[in-house]
Design a protein around this ligand. Sequence first.
Ligand code: GTP
Ligand code: MG
Length: 327
Amino acid sequence: MTVVVPVGTIALDADGALIADLDRPDATAVVAHGGVGGRGNVHFKSSRRRAPDYSEPGLKGEEREITLDLKLIADAGLVGPPNAGKSSLLAALTAARPKVGDYPFTTLDPELGVAEAGGTRVVLADIPGLIEGAAQGKGLGQRFLRHVERTKALVYVLDGSASEPWQDLETVRQEVTQFSVHLAERPYVVAVNKLDLEPARALRAKTRKRGVYFVSALTGEGLPELMGAVVKLVGSAPAPRLPASAVTRLPLRRRSEMVVEKKPLGFVVHGERVERLLERTNLDSEGGLERFQSDLDRLGVNEALEAAGVRPGDTVLIAGVEFEYQP
Ligand SMILES: Nc1nc2c(ncn2[C@@H]2O[C@H](COP(=O)(O)OP(=O)(O)OP(=O)(O)O)[C@@H](O)[C@H]2O)c(=O)[nH]1
Ligand SMILES: [Mg+2]
């Protein structure tokens, strides 16, 4: 069975280990092995039986619980404290129309937009704001950072009219680091927003920092310079990949040992091989039971039963099916 998922989906096993990273169109991954098909009746043709009515049913496929998680694929992520103007910037730079509000946590869901600068298209991701303690779940927490986990670059957006913009940058950077050191190491630029307001202009007058762009999402001032820098960063940065060590190979089913237990109701045979043998044997067909018997012999089941003290006529249970023991 094939499940079609959006590009950017990752598959995790029950322990949270990464099984597959479907980060491009046409990427495929086997997350659970299907059952082996049974052999058709031609396999049982003999001089005596020219058209045998015996065939094997296929095996059941592997059952596995997996989590599919969608991580947006953007070139650059807008990260910053609430109310800094991240959504306003996305709206000013792209055709996206995210919700903008003069209160924290206006953005509840990440949103993407495509910006054009100098003939280059850059996909920007806008995520909810981060506050101090986000790593401990404060505010909306830092879980939305996973949506910018594989961007090539980050744009830290600050409110230039806030009392301590540089402190805000520190706080946000710390939260990003706690989420992922890899993400914190990603190339970035800083966008100090709300340049139309006096405090931001005053801040610009006394700031001499590289990689810091003063902008106004409201008036558009400084936006071309900011986008020029983002395009450059995205163009030169390598595509980030999830750490390879996190990728686990799909383990094949283990074959467990066979065990015979003597119980009041009879002899119970446990063991994957014998259970699977039963699963793929069509007992109702001509010769089915006969074949099953000789397969049991081959697997050493009869021997194990004898060792456990089975007598002809005793009840034997295999995978919930009752048999009468006949050597
Ligand atoms: N004066 C001025 N106000 C701005 C500017 N950019 C955004 N704002 C205002 O700042 C407030 C917050 O803007 P948003 O874009 O919602 O901020 P955000 O960072 O997305 O906020 P959250 O989604 O809550 O984290 C809104 O009232 C905007 O109108 C700007 O350049 N100048
Ligand atoms: Mg927002």
